[in-house]
Write a protein that binds this ligand. Structure first.
Ligand code: ZN
Length: 471
């Protein structure tokens, strides 16, 4: 027999990987203890996520979730009080539709009294009524919308998968919460590659430092929202030297408009994969290499649609209240999140509009995909009985030196906020010219025009955040 026994070489390899990880960890901005804690958490999350996936494999996820919620979640306990002894399908039929107002107004009753997970996270939603809900997430939910979402994207984006290597900062998630600390996770499901979070909008010096860091490390995947990508592209273009060149970009949180997609892809010279993700549902759907709709990517999340009457798709199963929910069609999306048992949200009206359709994709996916995701903001504004589309407003002001603008419906008038392309000190004149152009194009619509130095991303999607393409 030649060479060491197999078990010895496996142990030696594991020790080598661990040594490498620790050496790499020294270069991270987070303390080593935190990094080790994060690895432990990721491993526990993977284990719990796999246990919940076994329910999917056995076809018993819906029944198990309903049993959990009617025992441990006050809102569902009272909603299902009359339905003891019924099977999962009957209980599902009996569930009421809920929406953000229901949850924000009464969020304590949506929290599970018993946590089956070894750890719980809290995350705040944007409150529509001034109240914010602190939703809780268990480890399987955290794993599903983080590490598993990355793994799922890699499974169909092959060039990306090849570029993700153990012990390297392969994924960077960029957010714009300046006060949050940077952190690093080791992903057990992606060959122990690192995933970092970094914050933008910490002031010019630190933002440029982030650009330098990204150029230095050249992560395989950058995940963020469109408004952050546009800001990052702008900063990157201002510095000389090698540009940020990821293998792929994962976009979420805001609607990705076609002009933004083009600008971002050109700026970073890589494909962009749009996702449909939310605080309530995690990463629900994503594009594949063929960009034919957003395929449902979480095996735990169900989407249905409340048809808006313009439905041209022959619908499959009819479910729920008086046949209101359908598996295919166009209308408002309704979410059922079966992975997060800490704040279970079932039959949750998202307020997002799209078309759900079963379609074969060359990537092999044959299930339901989301097409024509409009979000709330693509619906036209209704002012004094008149309908006005956001893109018509964009066209009317396209010739002005504007970097970005928002249109907000405020009672009987529309408020247009814009960020000038150059700080000329002549905003007053620009404001008046824009106002005149809008009045000429839409004589009956009352507009208020405001200049601002920096347009924040919208907290909720009723605001159209539009960045005009570079001339
Ligand atoms: Zn596909």
């Amino acid at each position: 027999m030649t060479g060491p026994p197999p078990c010895f070489s496996i142990a030696k390899r594991a020790a080598n990987v661990f040594d490498q990880l620790i050496a790499r960890a020294e270069q991270e901005s987070v303390p080593r203890a935190e990094l080790v804690g994060n690895l432990r958490r990721a491993l526990a999350a993977q284990k719990e996520w796999r246990e919940r996936r076994r329910l999917v494999d056995r076809g018993s996820l819906l029944g198990a979730t309903l049993n959990h919620v009617r025992t441990h979640v006050p809102f569902y306990r009272s909603a299902l009080r009359e339905h003891r002894g019924k099977d999962a399908e009957q209980m599902w039929q009996a569930l009421p539709l809920i929406d953000k107002t229901t949850v924000v107004g009464d969020f304590h009753r949506f929290l599970s009294e018993q946590t089956l997970s070894s750890e719980i996270f809290e995350r705040e939603t944007s409150g529509t009524l001034g109240t914010k809900a602190r939703l809780r997430y268990d480890l399987p939910a955290w794993f599903d919308c983080g590490p598993y979402a990355y793994e799922s994207l890699c499974s169909s984006a092959f060039s990306l998968r090849r570029a993700i290597r153990s012990g390297e900062a392969a994924i960077v998630n960029i957010m714009n919460y300046p006060t949050r600390a940077d952190t690093t996770y080791i992903l057990p499901n992606l060959g122990l590659a690192f995933s970092r979070t970094r914050q933008l909008a910490r002031g010019e010096t630190r933002d440029f430092a982030l650009v330098e860091e990204l150029r230095e490390t050249q992560p395989a995947l950058i995940a963020s929202k469109p408004s952050c990508f546009l800001r990052l592209a702008e900063l990157d273009a201002q510095l000389s030297g090698r540009r940020i060149r990821p293998k792929a970009i994962m976009s979420s949180a805001e609607c990705l408009h076609p002009d933004q997609r083009l600008t971002i892809e050109q700026a970073f010279a890589c494909p962009i994969y749009n996702t449909y993700a939310s605080t309530e549902g995690g990463v629900i759907a994503r594009e594949c290499d063929h960009h034919r709709g957003l395929h449902l990517s979480s095996m735990f999340v169900q989407l249905h649609v409340i048809p808006d009457g313009r439905d041209d798709v022959p619908s499959a199963a009819v479910l729920g209240e008086e046949g209101a929910l359908k598996e295919e069609g166009s209308g408002e999306l309704v979410l059922t999140n079966l992975v997060n048992w800490a704040t279970p949200l079932l039959k949750y009206r998202t307020g997002d509009w799209a078309t759900l359709r079963r379609a074969k994709c060359p990537c092999g996916y044959e299930g339901i995909s989301i097409f024509d995701l409009r979000g709330k903001e693509a619906q036209s504004f209704s002012v004094r009985g008149m309908e006005l589309s956001p893109s018509a407003v964009s066209q009317a002001i396209a010739a002005f030196p504007i970097k970005a603008h928002q249109v907000i419906a405020a009672g009987d008038e529309l408020r247009l906020r814009f960020e000038p392309k150059h700080a000329s000190g002549n905003e007053q004149a620009l404001k008046m010219d824009i106002h005149a152009a809008l009045r000429e194009r839409f004589p009956d619509v009352p507009f208020v025009v405001e200049a601002t130095e920096w347009l924040p991303a919208p907290e909720h999607k009723v605001v159209r955040y539009h960045v005009l393409p570079q001339p």
